[in-house]
Design a protein around this ligand. Structure first.
Ligand code: SF4
Length: 389
């Protein structure tokens, strides 16, 4: 094994723009059993791809991903930028977007850098070498490999935490057939100790026990991964999050001194990119959504799911200013959006709306119900009219 090459590779990783790098042998991840138990318990929700047998097999044996693989190079890139002013974050008239999605899509930033690293390595290894790069795309337990490579420890919120860096960083991997000297993490790692702030702060109770996330209750999952209807019982607990959630990282003491990202691609262009007014978002049609989110990860969510999330946040806002946009959405061609708009209208009606405006919203819902053919949307409209927000 070539220790000098591993050292030089990690220096090169920093030179091409990563903040952290470490090497592990390409053996199965240490917490594979916990992962299998998590799948078995159904805590991955509707992310069926995580449980597909061929993907589980690849996690068990990395050589199924890359025959002859010897090493995994784990890299990290910080994305924490300036914090959102507290008054803005707490404003229910705004929808909150998770920090990682405030600017460029991290896949677009990290993938070319990993490919450059792979080329650099290939040029320095005697004989043929095969490489494969992953940014969140492969069937490997990247957090566990990164932990073994010395990038941090796993917190009770299931995030990887770098002791002087916090958890605001993306992970990527370079799998290679080159035999590189692995890193040996420090014998004594920091840990969460008796802290449980993230567990207590999660509004949807997504951590049944420390170190285990039930994705089905996680706001990030509900707003991004879940394709269909958001369970009614969870909607009121989601606050104003419309894309992802940062709560379990925001409260973590290890993040208090996290260095801000030096990567300009992750700097938000404006407050609107971090927490846009809900009224503006309710007015977005498909074209306006595509134009507004042409760059960055939100575009992959698509208009329907994004507006679904915006409707939930508008329902939690409960302010009459949302009425116009919500009523307009009752006429859209997407049942998912119509149904969540109906739910939100039901909540506006029971909170701050004046009698006249509540009456107008009720009339719009009755009108919509008369012409509605989708059973699920009818249910939402009936629930809203009956005041079952
Ligand atoms: Fe660990 Fe506390 Fe951070 Fe949760 S908030 S990950 S318990 S240190």
């Amino acid at each position: 094994m070539d220790g000098d090459l591993a050292q030089a590779l990690k220096s090169e990783a920093r030179r091409v723009g990563f903040d952290m790098a470490g090497v592990v042998p390409a053996t199965p991840a240490r917490r594979l059993d916990a992962y299998l138990a998590w799948i078995e318990a159904g805590r991955h929700g509707s992310m069926g791809y995580m449980a597909r047998p061929n993907r589980v097999e690849r996690r068990l044996d990395p050589s199924l991903i890359l025959p002859g693989v010897q090493s995994i190079v784990c890299v990290g890139l910080g994305y924490a930028t300036l914090a959102l002013p507290e008054a803005v974050a707490a404003d229910p008239a705004r929808g909150r977007i998770a920090n990682y999605a405030w600017a460029a899509d991290y896949h677009d930033v990290m993938t070319p850098r990993l490919e450059a690293l792979a080329d650099w390595l290939a040029a320095r290894v005697a004989g043929p070498v095969a490489n494969r790069v992953y940014v969140d795309t492969g069937a490997i337990l990247e957090r566990d490999h990164a932990e073994a490579a010395g990038l941090g420890f796993t917190g009770k919120n299931t995030m990887l935490i770098g002791p002087r860096r916090g958890s605001w960083f993306f992970l990527g991997e370079l799998l290679t057939t080159a035999a590189l000297t692995p890193d040996v993490p420090a014998a004594r790692q920091p840990s969460c100790g008796s802290c449980r702030r993230c567990l207590d702060a999660c509004p949807t109770g997504a951590f049944p026990v420390p170190y285990v996330l039930d994705a089905r209750r996680c706001i990030s999952y509900l707003t991004i991964e879940r394709k269909g209807w958001i369970p009614r019982a969870l909607r009121p607990l989601m606050g104003n999050w419309i894309y992802g959630c940062d709560i379990c990282q925001d409260v973590c003491p290890f993040n208090r001194f996290a260095p801000p990202s030096l990567e300009p691609a992750f700097w938000a262009a404006s407050i609107e990119a971090m927490a846009p007014p809900l009224e503006d978002l309710l007015a977005l049609d498909r074209e306006a959504f595509a134009a507004r989110y042409a760059h960055g990860p939100i575009r992959r969510l698509g208009w329907e799911r994004f507006l679904r999330n915006v409707c939930v946040a508008a329902g939690n806002w409960g302010n009459e200013q949302a009425l116009h946009g919500l009523v307009r959405l009752l006429a859209t061609d997407a049942p998912l959006v119509r149904g969540h708009a109906a739910w939100a209208l039901g909540r506006v009606g029971v909170t701050e709306t004046t009698a006249a405006r509540a009456g107008a919203a009720k009339a719009a819902m009755q009108n919509a119900l008369a012409g509605e053919t989708d059973e699920r949307v009818r249910e939402e409209l009936q629930g809203a009219l009956a005041g079952r927000g």
